[in-house]
Design a protein around this ligand. Structure first.
Ligand code: CMC
Length: 431
């Protein structure tokens, strides 16, 4: 049988060598270049990792051309339609769907860890009321490493499991506390008889002085959005968590590094940027002006919520969330929300414009998530925080997969050096 290899010919020297080709269960084959530098004195250059698999993983599969997203083999639409966020979390971490007893046990473990230490509450007071909640999240999530460090052995699977429960359970509590601090309201304790999303809504919107009823539509919508955002293979924040974790760093510190990477407008910050963009556009008659700006290479303006590094087809999550968006807006804020009308018109115009068609720029999941959050009364600066709560499940699952891999090594990318050749130091007087 023919060996699965590729042959590289160095035209400068006329020499050829073979590189092994490796296969996953689905998706493109990968050229194994791990010995390329050692054996052949070559590096590969791939700015932005457009053709580089940085690890092997069994968690999430994406086919960007066909618009497919699978978690542990299950299509995202089946999970979003039939599962719950915590069941998906179990699936992500453990690899299989839980039985009823396993799910009950898992949910119980999450519930047990929703509280944060009383002394941690002091951290929030250190922030000015106008601090961006993502800044607070980066700091407070990272500070959990101070509470759980010496007692945590990442090489012990039970310790890893406990860290996973803590991260998934405490993120909504920290997120809601960041919000409450920013509006000078008392921090609300979790209520463990509520669902994961119901509890989050309770901590966000209730007051100690009043009764609060969780809206089931809001609870369901949030649960589905969280499922859609739970993982997305090696995106910038997940790759950051893996890279930080590869050095053996504390997992809560790794979580904080993931939140940091997520914050940028090209990644998780896009949902916030979409709403700001829609406000900036203001009305339907202004759309052509902004489409022209987006197409102008000399103008930094981009249509936020359009385009994706991996999906060169409709984002499968966007299809599901678009439907949910209409449902929520009809049931919660009534029809005729001018922001939604503006968004739908923008979507239609962009989808029929040659520039966007040619570049396969479709609306992504964040084009719609912000509109739903707005309808649920979640402030714009909390949008990326919502993404962070959901993605914590993916970060945790990927971190656990990496640490439990016996072949795991510290991540250490190389570079193509383009600086000065070696030169001698010039004393100040001679410069
Ligand atoms: N508006 C206008 N033009 C765009 C856009 C956009 N949103 N996105 C890409 N382009 C153009 C870009 O100018 C380039 O044109 P040309 O080939 O003529 O130079 C072409 O499309 C390819 O773009 P790219 O920058 O090479 O694509 P990328 O894969 O590096 O970037 C992206 C992907 C998501 C960063 C980018 O599409 C973008 O900035 N989108 C807006 C921000 C956004 O919605 N981000 C959320 C991503 S989904 C959530 C997540 O998973 O984090």
């Amino acid at each position: 049988m023919k060996k699965d290899t590729v042959t590289i010919t160095d035209n400068a020297t006329g020499k050829s060598f073979e590189l092994p080709v490796t296969r996953g269960t689905m998706g493109p084959r990968a050229i194994d270049i791990s010995r390329l530098y050692r054996d052949h004195d070559f590096l590969t250059f791939d700015s932005g990792f457009q053709s580089t698999a940085s690890c092997s993983s069994q968690i999430t599969y994406i086919d960007g051309e066909k618009g497919v997203l699978l978690y542990r083999g299950y299509p995202i639409d089946q999970l979003a339609g039939q599962s719950t966020f915590l069941e998906v979390a179990y699936l992500m971490i453990n690899g299989e769907l839980p039985t009823a007893a396993q799910l009950e046990d898992f949910q119980g473990n999450i519930r047990r860890h929703t509280m944060i230490k009383e002394s941690l509450k002091g951290f929030f007071k250190g922030f000015y009321h106008d601090a961006h909640p993502m800044a607070t999240m980066v700091a407070v999530a990272g500070s959990l490493s101070a509470f759980y460090h010496d007692t945590l052995d990442i090489h012990n699977p039970l310790h890893r499991e406990l860290a996973a429960y803590r991260m998934i359970a405490k993120m909504p509590t920290i997120a809601a506390a960041s919000f409450k601090h920013s509006i000078s309201e008392p921090l609300i304790y979790p209520k463990n008889n509520l669902s994961y999303c119901g509890n989050f809504l309770h901590m966000m919107f209730s007051l100690p002085s009043e009764d609060y009823q969780v809206d089931p539509i809001a609870e369901k919508a949030l649960d589905m959005i969280f499922i859609l955002h739970a993982d997305h293979e090696q995106n910038a924040s997940t790759a950051t968590v893996r890279l930080s974790g590869s050095s053996g760093a504390n997992p809560f510190a790794c979580l904080s590094s993931g939140i940091t990477a997520l914050w940028g407008p090209a990644h998780g910050g896009a949902n916030e940027a979409v709403l700001r963009m829609l406000s900036q556009i203001g009305s339907i008659d202004q759309i052509p002006k902004y489409i022209a700006k987006a197409k102008d290479k000399n103008d930094p303006f981009r249509l936020m919520g359009f385009g994706h590094r991996v999906y060169k087809n409709y984002d499968p999550r966007a299809k599901l969330i678009r439907q949910m968006c209409h449902e929520v807006l009809n049931k919660i804020s009534g029809t005729g929300d001018p922001m939604l009308e503006l968004a739908m018109r923008l979507e239609e115009i962009a989808l029929n414009d040659e520039y966007f068609i040619e570049r396969k720029l479709y609306p992504n999941v964040d084009f719609y998530s912000g509109l739903i959050y707005k309808a649920l009364g979640i402030p714009v600066n909390m949008f990326t925080v919502m993404f962070a709560i959901a993605r914590t499940v993916g970060w945790v699952a990927q971190w656990m997969e990496m640490i439990s891999d016996p072949d795991q090594r510290i991540g250490r990318p190389r570079q193509l050096y383009t600086g000065s050749q070696q030169r001698d130091y010039v004393p100040m007087k001679k410069r």
